[in-house]
Design a protein around this ligand. Structure first.
Ligand code: ADP
Ligand code: MG
Length: 319
């Protein structure tokens, strides 16, 4: 099978939303008047971001999901993506499964693969995604305002529990590990929710590296501080199987959940709850943006005492 057969068979699907899709030197795309083009890219490298023997169908899902999640965090509607892939060999079984995974999620979100590049090399997958957002409505990391509520979608820490199990730090019951592994391998990007809250939220990002580290990006870019009530941060139900300290680490510092963290004025509370209810999304109000001279996050316990984060895993985000 040559390169062009491979592209035709595994990566070429109809692209009705593009003026021109795969096959020429470039794709041609039109965006609606009044919208801005939101563009983002994420690269996954075998051995660094996933195990080289990772299930190819799940890998196809994940590499598109992490890109969709970035547009969700901007409040943009994703439309098109390109796929650059380096393959160590042509393994048709692998390609068929990878293609199934990627197009199942693409169809779910009606995003079209409009181009890419294919080469031989160590397994690496780079996707660039593009979508539209009404001009001025994108949720920026720099948009948080003093007294904003801080919200997160979904429960947190499920994916981190799977990583802890895989790395031997904990041993979960097999069925619990399976559930956590699904969170890790098949993240569900909050695309519809991101678009629905864009006109209400001041700032947003997706939680890829862990709440503590990611919320810090909002604080840094918005020149503000954050107070987080630790007990209000919703844990994945599977975390009851972890020792308390690790459960705390998983929900506060665990990555790979791809939920959204966003800030919004107090006046938006009811509207946000209504949107979440309509979409069947769980959201939790976990704290407040505060004015500070230095960007920092304070984690408070139920008695409003600053949490002494003495765990090794917490050191990197200690404030
Ligand atoms: P060029 O030589 O101009 O770089 P290629 O021969 O690499 O073009 O690719 C031919 C066509 O196939 C182009 O339209 C390109 O965008 C598309 N393409 C190549 N690889 C992929 C891929 N992995 N997924 C989707 N489209 C691809
Ligand atoms: Mg090329």
């Amino acid at each position: 099978m040559n390169e062009f057969d491979l592209i035709r068979q595994y990566f070429t699907r109809p692209t009705p939303r593009a003026d021109l899709g795969i096959g020429d030197d470039a794709a041609l795309l039109s965006i609606s008047a009044g919208n801005q083009l939101a563009v983002s890219t994420d690269m996954l490298v075998a051995g660094r971001h996933f195990f080289p023997d990772a299930d190819p169908e799940r890998l196809g899902h994940k590499c598109l999901a992490v890109n969709l999640s970035d547009l969700a965090a901007m409040g943009a509607k994703p439309s098109w993506f390109t796929l650059s892939i380096a393959l160590p060999e042509v393994n048709e079984e692998w390609l068929a499964a990878f293609s199934r995974g990627i197009f199942a999620l693409a169809n779910e979100h009606q995003v079209e693969l409009v181009g890419g590049d294919t080469t031989r090399g160590p397994l690496t997958i780079a996707i660039q995604i593009a979508g539209e957002v009404p001009r001025g409505q994108a949720m920026l990391r720099s948009g948080a305002k003093t007294d904003d509520d801080i919200w997160v979608s979904g429960p947190l820490g499920g994916a981190a529990a799977a990583v802890m199990h895989r790395s031997g730090r904990v041993t979960l019951p097999q069925d619990v590990f399976k559930q956590c592994d699904l969170r890790l391998d098949l993240p569900q990007p909050r695309v519809a929710f991101g678009q629905a809250i864009a006109h209400l939220a001041h700032a947003a990002l997706d939680i890829s590296d862990g709440l503590a580290g990611d919320l810090r990006h909002i604080c840094n870019r918005s020149h503000c501080g954050a107070v987080v009530f630790v007990d209000q941060v919703p844990p994945a139900e599977q975390l009851i199987h972890l020792p308390a300290e690790l459960a705390l680490e998983a929900k506060l510092a665990g990555g790979d959940d791809y939920e959204l963290c966003f800030t919004a004025p107090v006046s938006a509370r009811n509207k946000l709850q209504k949107i979440a209810a309509e979409q069947g999304m769980a959201i939790s109000r976990i704290g407040q943006i505060v004015a500070t001279t230095q960007p920092s996050i304070q984690f408070l316990d139920t008695q409003n005492q600053a949490l002494a984060l003495t765990l090794g895993g917490f050191d990197h985000f200690r404030t």
